[in-house]
Ligand binder design. Sequence first.
Ligand SMILES: *[C@@H]1O[C@H](CO)[C@@H](O)[C@H](O)[C@H]1NC(C)=O
Ligand SMILES: *[C@@H]1O[C@H](CO)[C@@H](O)[C@H](O)[C@H]1NC(C)=O
Ligand SMILES: *[C@@H]1O[C@H](CO)[C@@H](O)[C@H](O)[C@H]1NC(C)=O
Length: 336
Amino acid sequence: MLPLLLSIFTLSGFAAAHLAAFHEAMYCFNGTTAGQVNYNTNDAVNPLWDLAQSDYWFHHVNNCDQFPPAPGDVLELYVFTCVTLSFVYVFSNDATTYSPAGGSFTVEIAGNRGVTSYSFNGEYATEWTDGQNHTGSTDVLTQATYSSEGCVVDPNIHTQNETMASGTAFAISYNSELSQVTLDNLVVFSVLYNTPWKRVTTYDVPAAMPACPSGGCICAWVWIPNGCGEPNIYMEGFKCTVTNAMSTTPVGTPKAPVWCESDQSECVQGPKQIMIWNQLEGNNIEVSGNDLSGMPKSPAYNAKCGFQNGAQNDIFATSTSSKRMVARHKRPATAL
Ligand SMILES: *[C@@H]1O[C@H](CO)[C@@H](O)[C@H](O)[C@H]1NC(C)=O
Ligand SMILES: *[C@@H]1O[C@H](CO)[C@@H](O)[C@H](O)[C@H]1NC(C)=O
Ligand SMILES: *[C@@H]1O[C@H](CO)[C@@H](O)[C@H](O)[C@H]1NC(C)=O
């Protein structure tokens, strides 16, 4: 098996691979050839650049969106992990004022399914995204190739180090069919700064996420690297559901984020869309000039575009209730 695996990696240009979030609930988990299971698939990892909307949307460019996960393979978004918290939540008059911590879910960010736990019993999976054993401090990758600009190019994680990693995000649409998902009903609900970096990656879930329709929800993993290569975006789909939902307040209609690095008061508050950038059509964010560090501006799922780290707790209901939530957020944790 090993020689076969290695030769496939070589043939598919594994060294030049990019990244996706792997989970059995992803679209094209088994690749994009009907009736075949590709344990080395990297169909979801390829970046999206300069494409028509029909092509970038859920990675249709190589038909990834045409291969839904098997029935029952669903990414479960746990709203609560702890019985006590849900008890408090149920018995509070105004649930949003408590904003208890939500649960979390885990995916594996990698360049190829072959180096995740989802293939070959995890035999080729390491701590890292490329199946190699890098060592040293978390901010410097040993046994990696750096470009002359100081970017890690092998593995191709599009960053100089962990601190510079731009952030990745998950968005949710309360629709069960991928064909029903639009930019206007796909809401970013979780952001993780300083990713992608390692393979196993855990995202927080807002505690107030309502339940999905009976057919489940559609989720998307998204990433825009900060330079270190072509200015691409990444997008892939998942079947997902919200488990243990307590709140019934729906998520609001998302707005397009704006660049607000130097003035956080300019950031878009409340529910936000995923960012479509450098495509042929449908772009919802434009930037020009340099960021505060002197590099060309690159939209990102971090504070530069108004995304807080972790669960996005401001995506629900009316504008008045979200303002109140911000104000009362400052209560000491002991209020719980
Ligand atoms: C993908 O392959 C796995 C075996 O690894 C199988 O259990 C699953 O049903 C396949 N999914 C689809 C959608 O064919
Ligand atoms: C990584 O380290 C583990 C544990 O020492 C070892 O089993 C594995 O073969 C190593 N993988 C590579 C690609 O060197
Ligand atoms: C990370 O990379 C940036 C950009 O090259 C650099 O300014 C910073 O010092 C690096 N951080 C560490 C901890 O190496």
